[in-house]
Design a binder for this molecule. Structure first.
Ligand code: SF4
Length: 476
């Protein structure tokens, strides 16, 4: 080693040492100083990089998907600069997904529609004219009033999408109509699940109790990226219960990668795997026969007989999942109590989606994991007091699934005079999209289709989406 490259001892006199110590100490205490400064300024948020401008912090509800997570918006001079989750939020504990974090761009989108628009051309021509709120409300009110007096209140229909805030149903109660078409989720992606649940148990939604379960079978859901409320509960379940997570997915998603086991499966073959697992559980006497006999319209032995043709070997051929893996996962799932199931787009987007969802539900049913702590739970209704006086509810609502409605309408099952659409865009996202397009362009079938929320050229009046900005108007 040359003299030049030798490490030299640090030459520092007492004065330089003291100077260096001050720099190091200041750097180390900097976060404390910054925290202290924030507290001194009322815990408020500031643009710390460029302008140091104060920011307004307000609560908002993310409406980018049906979880409706709560968050904070931070704005400077009325412009939202960022959003973040609420640390104390009961479901998310402060997390928002990437879609939620980017949602505030909607508020300043130059194409965002801020005024009601009235269609001026023929349906489908895409010709619109801005009108005032007063004009829009008067127009819609006169059509609704006319429909009620000439055809009765049930001729006013509501197609309600994902965002159920109660206001639209309250409106239907107020005018005395029970004609509600529903779709819990706004898009085609969840329709298979919704249809399967609706057909099998009469509700369109089940929630896995991830926080209290000991075993999770995941078919095609990537909740660590897409569903913070479920991801948080799953994390709690892992930490508190050491639950086991087994993911069947065609790809190594973030959730599959964090599972105890990732089992790759051919697209669209999940149903046959689930049916083979049910066969194993029933034939090996691992099923909850009391639950089956009490709560289903089949006897356990009949079910076992009809499922006996779905062998693990047959499932291996169809899915690529080894028969011995199917058998061992089936046994584990049946023997671990409580256990639950999650499933999502990985299955719903593919062929056999409805059959797959029905087969997953069967797994939960035969093991008695329905509506138990740690199982697959029915939706709960929270009784939130309505503003008074509340309208009288008119019996039970005539609820139709969004994708069945256009077929029923064409067959003459409905007399529609006015069709409201709330937070749903069936022409774009319903499985029966082309049928929706057809009926909305037929002025005899749907004489007056006002629109609220999302755009289609066939509608008559288009109200803008009540977006992040409007919902950030209240303080914590
Ligand atoms: S999951 Fe994402 S998009 Fe959905 S409500 Fe939460 S933050 Fe918004």
């Amino acid at each position: 080693m040359s003299d030049q490259n030798k490490i030299k001892p640090l030459a520092m006199d007492r004065r330089e040492f003291l100077k260096a110590s001050v720099v190091v100490t200041t750097a180390a205490s900097c976060p404390i100083a910054l925290n202290g400064m924030e507290l001194e300024m009322g815990g408020k948020d500031f643009h710390q990089i460029r302008t140091f401008a104060p920011r307004d912090k307000k609560v908002f509800l993310c409406t980018m998907c049906p979880y409706f997570d709560g968050g904070f918006t931070y704005s400077e001079k009325g412009d939202i600069k960022k959003v973040e989750g609420i640390p104390d939020h009961i479901a998310t504990r402060g997390k928002l997904c990437s879609k939620g974090l980017a949602s505030f761009f909607n508020a300043a989108d130059p194409d965002r529609i801020l005024q009601p628009l009235k269609r001026v051309g023929k349906r489908g021509d895409g010709q619109w004219q801005e009108i005032s709120w007063g004009e829009a409300i008067a127009e819609v009110a006169s059509k609704v009033g006319g429909a009620i007096s000439d055809h009765g209140p049930d001729s006013v229909y509501l197609n309600e999408g994902a965002f159920k805030d109660g206001g639209s149903l309250r409106f239907m109660d107020t005018i005395g109509s029970s004609s509600v078409i529903r779709s819990r989720f706004p898009s085609i992606s969840n329709m298979a699940k919704q249809t399967a649940l609706e057909n099998a148990i009469g509700v369109d939604f089940l929630l896995p109790d991830l926080e209290n379960t000991h075993y999770v079978l995941n078919f095609g859901a990537n909740i660590f990226e897409t569903a913070p409320p479920l991801a948080q509960r799953l994390t709690d379940g892992v930490v508190n219960n050491r639950l086991k997570l087994v993911t069947f997915d065609v790809r190594l998603s973030n959730t599959a990668g964090r599972s105890n086991e990732w089992i790759p499966v051919f697209p669209g073959s999940d149903s046959i795997v689930a049916l083979a697992m049910s066969n194993v559980i029933l034939s090996e006497g691992l099923a909850d026969t009391n639950f089956i006999n009490k709560w289903t319209n089949h006897k356990a032995e009949d079910l076992a007989k009809s499922l006996s043709t779905f062998t693990p070997e047959q499932a291996e051929e169809a899915s690529g999942v080894p028969a011995k893996t199917i058998i061992s996962i089936a046994r584990e799932f049946a023997k671990t109590r409580p256990a639950t199931i999650i499933s999502q787009n990985g299955v719903n987007f593919h062929k056999n989606g409805t059959a797959s969802e029905t087969a997953f539900l069967l797994l939960a049913v035969i093991t008695g994991n329905i509506d138990n702590e740690g199982g697959y739970c029915l939706p709960r209704q929270f009784d939130i007091p309505q503003p008074q006086p509340a309208p009288v509810q008119k019996g039970s609502l005539v609820r139709r699934l969004n994708h069945a409605f256009p077929f029923e309408l064409k067959e003459g099952d409905h007399n529609v005079q006015v069709l409201f659409n709330h937070m749903s865009n069936p022409v774009y996202a319903s499985p029966a999209a082309s049928m929706w397009s057809e009926i909305l362009q037929d002025e005899k079938l749907v004489p007056y289709p006002p629109m609220s929320g999302l755009l289609s050229c066939s509608f008559f009046v288009f109200f803008f989406i009540v977006s992040i900005r409007e919902r950030s108007g209240s303080d914590e």
